[in-house]
Design a protein around this ligand. Sequence first.
Ligand SMILES: *Cc1c(COP(=O)(O)O)cnc(C)c1O
Length: 310
Amino acid sequence: MKIESKLQTISHPLFEKHKVAVSIKRDDAIHPVISGNKWRKLKFNLHYAKSHHYAGVLSFGGSFSNHIHALAFSCQQQGLKCIGIIRGEKEYASNFTLSMAQQWGMELHFVDRKTYRLRENKDYLAELQQAYPDYLIVPEGGSNELALTGVGEIITELNLQGQFDTLLTPVGSGGTLAGLIQADNNQHNLLGISVLKQDGYLNEQVNELLVDSSNYSNWKIMSQFHCGGYAKFSEEDIKKIQNFNQQTGFTFEPVYSGKMILALMNLIEQHYFPKGHRIVLLHTGGLQGIGGLIERGLLDAEDWLIPTFQ
Ligand SMILES: *Cc1c(COP(=O)(O)O)cnc(C)c1O
């Protein structure tokens, strides 16, 4: 099988001090701009769309969504049409994320918050399917059964790449974690770091995505590292992530992977991991999001490299 991303050792004084071995699964490097975990989640959805002769794919997202961004790119590559149902106003069409999505051929349909909330409603979905009969409808964030299969390949690859005890991943909708849980089948500890504040339902959501959730006991979602909520962070959080990036030479952004880094450091300082523990960080990507954060004045352009498409 093809190994899609490297496993690289990462060093930091804190890891040495506490005698833990940390490596990164570089899903951020699967593509220079596309979020690795969204690519994993879309892979088999797009195969399905092609093999079942759909003309295109329709999905949902916010105006800076990594999923929408990855969907537009992947559909263009696969020769599929695509529609993005976007929460927000038409003016957003020219932002960092959506301007690229449009360039790759995505048709954008802007809807208000109330309509957007219907994105899992059966009647609304039936209506959309009727309006676009030859489009495969994929849920927000791409999280469905086919996504789990795609994410599961991360575990298959890791098993060929080295031994480890705990795998850390950021958690948004839970699709990525669910895919890891299923493929890992209780071999390792899986630790999800929630990037959302209202995450009480996340355990449930992961269980719902798993075909037989009672089979798996090796996972846990930590909810104390969201830094105030989705895409929220303090200046101090940003500084810590930036310092970490500088010290290690890798880039973690503050919405997803950076929160995993803050969690990792905190847990190591609290002696959460025993000496000699081997940790793998799943770098899910999301670096295109930096462009949008700069655009909104939430990050300083001087401090961050904006990933550009090449
Ligand atoms: C969407 C996303 C996640 C969260 O994945 P879920 O499957 O929604 O939990 C993590 N990291 C990045 C970069 C993402 O874009």
